[in-house]
Design a protein around this ligand. Structure first.
Ligand code: F6P
Length: 497
């Protein structure tokens, strides 16, 4: 079947969350799961055993088991580009050949890190990681989440072509003791290549005798990096079958492996592998990525929700919402099926979010009383990230729990301005701690959930043709093309008089 049939899930009678809790004293146990140091609680969503059964039938119609097996077997499931999808092989879960290749590339990365630690490139104190999209968001998240107490190397991740971004990083560091990691799967992305050229100029101006000797390339196009002038020994390849937004497990994770240490990087991979195994082996009714995707699809297909928001009640996970935006919107923001037919239903909702408790004082008004229904996801950790008085962390978590409760229960008031309708859904991910293993598991969870969504939507999560048109037009404008619309021509003329 190429198009899913949502009629069974649409026809089920809808109850409020409060009614669902009143009806089943075992609801929390039935709608939660514990995997890899993460407690998942979907009891405050509208999922029911009946809905799960109905979605399970859709999953069967859409061939989820076979497609999951094909993913792990390295079959060419990225049909529009005729490619395998092998990010799971990076963490040891894939075909034996692909796992062996990933391990060989990891060994290369490790050897380079050992050499840097042994000062084979002179004293190194800092790394500027230059990349964009999937070549930046993952490493940035890892270093930000886990690197706060690491004192091995300073890392700056620079993505934007806006020179302010690079200049800010350059100002922080000494060119004599800084490596530049150029991260680009294709090694052609204009922002990255321009930032790389400017960083090389900075090394030269800083008196570095061999600026190209300070460069490291993280890429699936090693020949392009070598042609750029980077010595082969400092080119860290990864497989073409690892998609950009799924690439932090590969050599794209280099700055994290360097800053956190190799053991931490391996723990990250192991945490992800544990989630992969859970995804492969757990029955759907107890399978975290599958249940999360069922809830996602319920809200988009049945309740017409156009967005979904993730709030990290943990400063260390502050970059998670931006990371998820690329993962989910670039993967599943599609309007045709994998076979190229137009879809007749909404695909991915808009992913957004922020950090609690700050967000409570900024955007939660709309979530509690606005006219739009926004399914939420809260993420917090039992173990604090700070060493201050316990009250900080207690308040943080109490606020997270209270928001979920308030959104669900609401509060009646005759004055409608003060009335909270309630019945607003949220899922909660409560982590034991924020460490490499748990973070690996969370990120793999989100990847697999995105995949399940795509399979049930009948779309290909692994291409991204939608990003090309704007790139082409920027290039054409740069080459002097004036055949744009009148507004665009006018703006170009004003900016570049
Ligand atoms: O423009 C989108 C995109 O292709 C992303 O999919 C990718 O993560 C990013 O650009 C960077 O691409 P590259 O790693 O090839 O520089």
């Amino acid at each position: 079947m190429s198009l899913p049939d949502w009629s069974a899930v649409k026809s089920l009678e809808a109850s409020t969350l409060t009614e669902l809790f009143a009806r089943d004293s075992d609801r929390v146990a039935k709608l939660s799961a514990d995997v890899a140091g993460i407690h998942f609680d979907w009891s405050k969503t509208h999922l029911t055993p009946e809905l799960i059964a109905a979605f399970t039938r859709i999953a069967a119609d859409m061939g989820l088991v076979a497609k999951r097996d094909a993913l792990f077997a390295g079959e060419k499931i990225n049909v529009t580009e005729g490619r395998s999808v092998e990010h799971t092989a990076e963490r040891g879960e894939g075909s034996p050949d692909s796992v062996a290749r990933a391990q060989a590339y990891h060994a290369r990365m490790r050897a380079l890190i050992d050499a840097i630690e042994a000062e084979a490139f002179g004293p190194v104190r800092s790394v500027i990681h230059i990349g964009i999209g999937g070549s930046a968001l993952g490493p940035d998240l890892l270093v930000d989440a886990l690197g706060r107490d690491a004192d091995r190397y300073e890392v700056a991740v620079v993505s934007n072509v806006d020179g302010v971004a690079l200049e800010t990083a350059l100002d922080r560091f000494d060119p004599q003791t800084t490596l530049i990691a150029i991260a680009s799967k294709t090694f052609t992305t204009t922002e990255t290549m321009l930032n790389a050229e400017s960083a090389i100029s900075w090394l030269m101006q800083g008196g570095v005798e061999d600026p190209y000797g300070k460069l490291v390339a993280l890429t699936a196009a090693p020949e392009k990096a070598i042609a750029f002038g980077i010595d082969e020994t400092r080119v860290l390849p990864f497989a073409e079958s690892v998609g950009g937004r799924y690439s932090l497990w590969s050599s794209i994770g280099f700055p994290a492996a360097l800053a956190l240490g190799w053991d931490a990087f391996e723990e990250l991979l192991e945490g992800a592998a544990e989630m992969d195994r859970h995804f492969r082996l757990a029955p759907f009714e107890a399978n975290a990525p599958v249940l999360a995707a069922f809830a996602d699809l319920y809200y988009t297909q049945v309740r017409g929700c156009e967005t979904r928001a993730t709030f990290a009640y943990d400063e260390r996970l502050g970059l998670l919402p931006s990371y998820l935006q690329q993962l989910e919107m670039e993967s599943n923001g599609k309007r045709v099926t994998a076979k190229g037919e137009p879809v007749t239903y909404p695909t991915a909702p808009i992913t957004w979010g922020g950090v609690g408790t700050d967000a409570q004082h900024a955007v939660f008004q709309l979530l509690h009383q606005g006219t739009r229904l926004v399914p939420l996801e809260f993420i917090g950790s039992i173990e604090p990230g700070d060493g201050l008085a316990e009250e900080h962390h207690r308040q943080l978590l109490l606020n997270m729990f209270a928001q979920g409760a308030a959104l669900m229960a609401g509060r009646k008031n005759d004055d409608l301005a003060r009335d909270y309708p309630g019945d607003r859904p949220s899922a909660t991910l409560l982590l034991d701690t924020v460490d490499p293993r748990t973070l690996g598991a969370i990120l793999a969870f989100y990847e697999q959930r995105t995949f399940v969504n795509a399979v049930l939507l009948g779309i290909n999560a692994f291409d991204q043709f939608g990003v090309e048109l704007g790139k082409e037009m920027a290039k054409a404008a740069g080459a002097g093309d004036q055949s744009f619309d009148a507004s665009t021509n006018d703006l170009i003329a004003r900016a570049f008089k």
